[in-house]
Ligand binder design. Structure first.
Ligand code: 5RP
Length: 344
C-alpha cells in the first residue's frame, strides 16, 4: 500500500503508471490503483506487462532496417488497401496460386447435371478449394455458414439459356448483400464483342465503383456463352485487358493453346482459367491446366471437368497437385488413378 493525498472522488480514478528509479540507467514502472478515500490509499496493480517493462531494451543492437512484412506477390496488388488485399489473399495460396470451385452454372442454365443438389456436390470438394464461386441463392439455401472456404459471389445474371440473349446481364446483388454475406470477392461476366458489350462493361465499372468503397475485389468472367467460340489469344487478351482496365482485380478466362501467354502478359492482374464443357479424358484437363499455368495463369476455376467427372475428389486433388505443387500432367494422372482406386 502507498499513501497519497485524498481526493473525494477516488473511486473514479483510473490506474496510474508511476516511474520509480531503481538504478543509474534503469527504471521500473509501477501501476497503482486507488482503493480508499483519505488518507488516500493506492494499491500496486497487477498489470500483465509490468514485468516486461523492468528492463529497457538496448535498441543499438537492433538492425536499423527491419525485415519488413513478408508478402506473397499478387500481380497488380501493390497499391491496394489492406482490406482489399486481405480478401484477395484469402483466395490465393502462399504460392500465389489458386484453385477455385465454381458452382454458379444454375444462374443461367438451371439444375445442371451433377449440380442438382449443390451441397452434395461440394461436400467432399471444399477442403481442396481456395474459393467457392456461387450465387447468393445457393449460398444461403445450400452452403454451411460454418464453412471456411472463402466465397466469390456471382453477382451478375438475370438472363437464361432459353432467353433472347445470354449476354444481356445486369448486376443482381446489392453491395449491402455482398457485405452481409461476408464475401472474399465478387464475380461478374462481361461479353466483349457481343451486342451487350457496352452494358456488360458498364456493369463491371459500376460494380468496381461500389466494391472499391468497401475493399471487395471484383473477378471479371470473360468469354462465356456465344463469345466462347472466339477462343483465340487475340480475343481473350482483348477481353481480359479491358476487364482489368475497368478495375477487375482478377480475371477468369479460357485457355487457348496458341499464344495464351499473350493473354497473361497483357493483363496487369492475375488470370485464372475456366474449364468449359467436359473434356474426353482427365489427361487432357491436367494438360491444359499445366500448360496454362506454365504460360502465366495463377490458377483455375474449373467446374464441370471436376464435378461431372465420376471421380470428382480424385480430379480435384490431382488438379491441386498441378496448380499448387507443379505436378506434370502425367504425375497428376498417376495421382488421379491411385486416388480413384482408393475410392472405388
Ligand atoms: C459460368 C461460369 C463458370 O464459373 C465457369 O464457366 C467455370 O465453370 P466450367 O469449368 O464448368 O466452365 O462463370 O458462367
Amino acid at each position: 500500500m502507498f499513501e497519497a493525498f485524498a481526493p473525494t472522488n477516488w473511486e473514479k480514478w483510473p490506474t496510474h503508471q508511476f516511474t520509480e528509479t531503481i538504478g543509474p540507467k534503469a527504471w521500473k514502472s509501477i501501476y497503482l490503483t486507488p482503493v480508499a478515500e483519505g488518507p488516500f490509499l493506492w494499491e500496486e496493480s497487477d498489470m500483465a506487462d509490468a514485468g516486461g517493462l523492468l528492463e529497457a531494451r538496448d535498441l543499438k543492437e537492433m538492425p536499423v532496417q527491419g525485415k519488413g512484412i513478408k508478402k506473397k506477390w499478387i500481380k497488380g496488388s501493390d497499391n491496394m488497401g489492406w482490406g482489399m488485399r486481405n480478401r484477395l489473399s484469402r483466395l490465393i495460396g502462399k504460392d500465389g496460386h489458386c484453385q477455385f470451385l465454381p458452382i454458379d452454372h444454375g444462374y443461367f442454365q438451371g439444375p445442371t447435371r451433377c449440380l442438382e443438389r449443390p451441397e452434395d456436390t461440394v461436400r467432399d470438394l471444399l477442403p481442396y478449394a481456395d474459393g467457392l464461386f456461387v450465387t447468393r441463392g445457393v449460398l444461403r439455401a445450400s452452403m454451411d455458414p460454418d464453412m471456411r472456404t472463402p466465397v466469390i459471389l456471382r453477382v451478375s445474371g438475370a438472363t437464361s439459356v432459353v432467353g433472347k440473349d445470354l449476354a444481356n446481364e445486369v448486376i443482381t446483388t446489392s453491395i449491402q448483400d455482398m457485405l452481409r454475406l461476408n464475401v472474399a470477392a465478387v464475380g461478374i461476366s462481361v461479353f466483349v464483342g457481343s451486342e451487350y458489350e457496352k452494358e456488360t462493361l458498364q456493369n463491371l465499372a459500376l460494380l468496381v465503383d461500389q466494391c472499391e468503397e468497401y475493399g471487395i475485389p471484383v473477378m471479371a468472367v470473360t468469354a462465356v456463352g456465344k463469345e466462347l467460340e472466339k477462343r483465340t489469344s487475340r480475343y481473350l487478351a482483348l477481353s481480359c485487358r479491358i476487364a482489368a482496365e475497368l478495375g477487375a482485380k482478377i480475371v477468369k478466362t479460357y485457355y487457348c493453346a496458341e499464344g495464351f501467354e499473350k493473354v497473361t502478359v497483357g493483363c496487369p492482374v492475375p488470370v485464372v482459367i475456366a474449364g468449359g464443357p467436359r473434356c474426353e479424358t482427365e489427361l487432357e484437363v491436367f494438360q491444359f491446366v499445366y500448360d496454362g499455368m506454365k504460360k502465366g495463369a495463377i490458377g483455375v476455376n474449373l467446374g464441370r471437368n471436376v464435378w461431372q467427372n465420376p471421380h470428382p475428389v480424385a480430379t480435384m486433388r490431382a488438379l491441386n497437385a498441378v496448380v499448387h505443387d507443379g505436378a506434370s500432367p502425367e504425375q497428376a494422372m498417376e495421382l488421379f488413378r491411385s486416388l480413384k482406386s482408393d475410392q472405388d
